[in-house]
Design a protein around this ligand. Structure first.
Ligand code: NDP
Ligand code: ZN
Length: 352
């Protein structure tokens, strides 16, 4: 089979590989559509998870089941499926402890294009198929289905980590596709006021549609100063971090009220330490929580988030700004995600 791979840090291209072999619990899936992620950019060009040789890239897809292992009960060839970017081992101790995304070690629930070949190939392997796949609802098209692999579950996880409550004022730092889903998730959770940080006009327009009412540019001075000015010096109840870098936490802590919570889903691709401002962290006693997490994967989450889309409560269509048809456009789509032109939110390639 053919797959589009990371050859080494900074170099990618098409390669030939054997079809993946299946264990008794696994499934072989043929992609119906794949989406490119900022994490692919971190992996390939920044080498953020270290070097990888001839590893097929990609972790966002929906597909059709081609073959299943002998012990798979709930899926059969021909089923169209949602596929989470994170595919934990559900019988691991970490999963039993409630942290399935770390099954087998920290972040090890993230397998596609990390520990094994990803989804930018003619076929891909899904471990623990009954625990990780979900049937694709009929009224969700393959492009929207790709947004359920990672963008919805990650953006919403930022909201879960920040524990957004009814009536909260929420600051969402970063409104790429992940932060846009954090805006949408915060609105669904009952935030009364959502302040968003980002500059790309297309993202600002879409964020307004999802419920952000005020906007801040990180290019116009410290984020925290601007937030404090907007909130009469009080700050916000919750912060979701979906963009920026290590120093963003300085602003997040400064912008937060005592008792507030920060939820980070940003992938910190470089830097050694995160600084916490001593005084604004209440000299160690401010009850300002900082939590960061890889999104949970798995079937139940896919089914629940899929039902939000199929019921019409969440419209993910505005995210897919660039839709291509055919594998021949995969490289173009990947390079677009690296270059991030002003009108881009998410590139998707439909395999038809
Ligand atoms: P984008 O690059 O599309 O968006 C980043 C956002 O951050 C943009 O709005 C950008 O603004 C803003 N930004 C850039 N620099 C700063 C800064 N210095 N201060 C504040 N905001 C800034 O990324 P995605 O939405 O695709 O992904 C966001 C992050 O989430 C990535 O790091 C990605 O790897 C990670 N991720 C994490 C996952 C998880 O499970 N935890 C899963 C998937 C992704 P502007 O409008 O100016 O561009
Ligand atoms: Zn992703």
């Amino acid at each position: 089979m053919r797959g589009y791979a990371m050859l080494k840090i900074g170099e990618s291209g098409w390669i030939e590989k054997d079809k993946p072999e299946l264990g008794p619990l696994d499934a072989l899936v043929k992609p119906l559509a794949v989406a490119i992620c900022t994490s692919d950019v971190h992996t390939l060009w920044e080498g953020a998870i270290g070097d990888r040789h001839n590893m097929i890239l990609g972790h966002e897809a929906c597909g059709e089941v081609v073959e299943v292992g002998a012990c798979v009960k709930d899926f059969k060839p021909g089923d169209k499926v949602l596929v989470p970017a994170i595919t934990p081992d559900w019988n691991s101790l970490e999963a039993q402890a409630g942290y399935s995304m770390h099954s087998g070690g920290m972040l090890a629930g993230w397998k596609f294009s990390n520990f094994k070949d990803g989804v930018f190939g003619e076929f891909f392997h899904v471990n623990d198929a009954d625990g990780n796949l979900a049937l694709l609802p009929e009224n969700i098209n393959p492009v929207d289905a790709c947004m359920l692999s990672d963008m919805v579950p990650t953006g919403f996880h930022g909201v879960e980590l920040a524990d957004v409550q009814f009536g909260d004022t929420v600051l969402v730092i970063g409104i790429g596709p992940v932060g846009l889903m954090s805006v949408a998730g915060a609105a669904l959770r009952g935030a009364s006021r959502i302040i968003a940080v980002g500059t790309r006009p297309k993202c600002v327009e879409v964020a307004k549609g999802y419920g952000a009412g005020e906007f801040i540019s990180y290019k116009d001075g410290p984020i925290a100063d601007q937030v404090l000015e907007l909130t009469n010096g009080e700050g916000v109840d919750r912060v979701v971090v979906a963009g920026g870098g290590c120093d963003t936490f300085i602003d997040a802590v400064k912008a937060l009220k005592p008792g507030g919570k920060i939820g980070n889903v940003n992938y910190l691709g470089n830097g050694d330490y995160i600084k916490i401002p001593r005084v604004e962290w209440g000299v160690g006693m401010g009850h300002k929580d900082i939590r960061g997490g890889l999104m949970p994967g798995g079937r139940l989450r896919m089914e629940k988030l899929g039902s939000l889309v199929s019921s019409g409560r969440l419209d993910v269509a505005p995210l897919a700004t660039h839709v291509f048809h055919g594998w021949d456009h995969l490289e173009e789509a990947l390079f677009l995600m690296r270059d991030k032109p002003a009108d881009l939110i998410k590139p998707v390639v439909v395999i038809d």
